[in-house]
Design a protein around this ligand. Structure first.
Ligand code: ZN
Ligand code: ZN
Length: 262
């Protein structure tokens, strides 16, 4: 299974400040192989164009969504990928409500949408996708924000952007799995330890506690690798600084365009 990071930033990155050649993060999104998209945010087509791969998303057949925040879920992006195309959205009913609110009922009805629930497994285009609750919240009080386990050919990916820690009910599922790659969120960086966002996002000391515990109990697969994404522009040093900072924890910070083989 291959994962390409299409965006690795939190919501404080400004696409208008993008300068070709200069380091930049788009809003967080990831592509599994060439057909499963996690989070249809506003910047994914910008990635494709600037990366010299304008057709990158042509093969996307299914979309899963972590939550309906604007940096992860853009109705216009969904319409472009799904209207008149063989592409299905699997997400919390809150995302359907947002599609109708923004696009209007007529266009929203043209989008194949499967409402998913937390703590369920779904067979999605050859992947086993486990939909789990994240510790995060949106303006929609009825929305269950999500973490995902994605399995293909016995290889397992955990994707957890956005979430502060991992809720108990989700952890009880994840801890039993031989996960091969964990993508944890690290919205708050070196310059934002003990940040006020700790109830919705992770900080470095939280990351360190989780990693120390994972390793203490030899959790997940023997070859498990750790990555962080959803990195805030204003709460981190630069990417090189982050690489150095995370080196002792043996964690790789993602960047836009990074492709990993799981
Ligand atoms: Zn976010
Ligand atoms: Zn969010």
């Amino acid at each position: 299974m291959k994962l390409t990071f299409l965006g690795t930033g939190a919501a404080d990155w400004d696409i208008n400040a993008y300068v070709p050649g200069a380091f930049h993060r788009r809003f967080s999104s990831a592509l599994i192989n060439d057909d499963l998209l996690i989070d249809p945010g506003p910047h994914i087509f910008h990635f494709c164009e600037q990366n010299g791969t304008p057709d990158l998303l042509d093969g996307v057949r299914n979309i899963i969504v972590t939550h309906s925040h604007g940096d992860h879920f853009t109705p216009e992006t969904v319409a472009r990928l799904c209207v008149g195309k063989d592409c299905t959205v699997w997400a919390d009913p809150a995302c359907k409500r947002k599609l109708i609110r923004v696009l209007g009922e007529e266009i929203a009805e043209k989008i194949n949408f499967v409402e998913t629930r937390r703590n369920r497994d779904y067979e999605i285009g050859g992947y086993k996708v486990t939909s789990l609750r994240s510790n995060h919240a949106t303006e929609d009080p009825d929305e269950d924000t999500r973490l995902y386990l994605i399995e293909e050919n016995g290889r397992i990916l955990y994707y957890g952007c956005d979430s502060s820690w991992i809720p108990t009910v989700s952890w009880n599922v994840i801890r039993e799995k031989p996960v091969n790659a964990m993508v944890l969120e690290l919205t708050c960086g070196e310059t934002a330890t003990y940040d006020w966002r700790i109830f919705e996002h992770n900080t470095p000391e939280m990351l360190e506690i989780m990693l120390t515990m994972f390793r203490k109990y030899n959790l997940f697969a023997p070859d498990v690798k750790y990555y962080v994404s959803h990195l805030a522009r204003t709460l981190h040093t630069d990417h090189e600084g982050l690489v150095k900072y995370l080196e002792p924890m043996n964690v790789t910070p993602a960047y836009d365009g990074l492709t990993i083989e799981i």
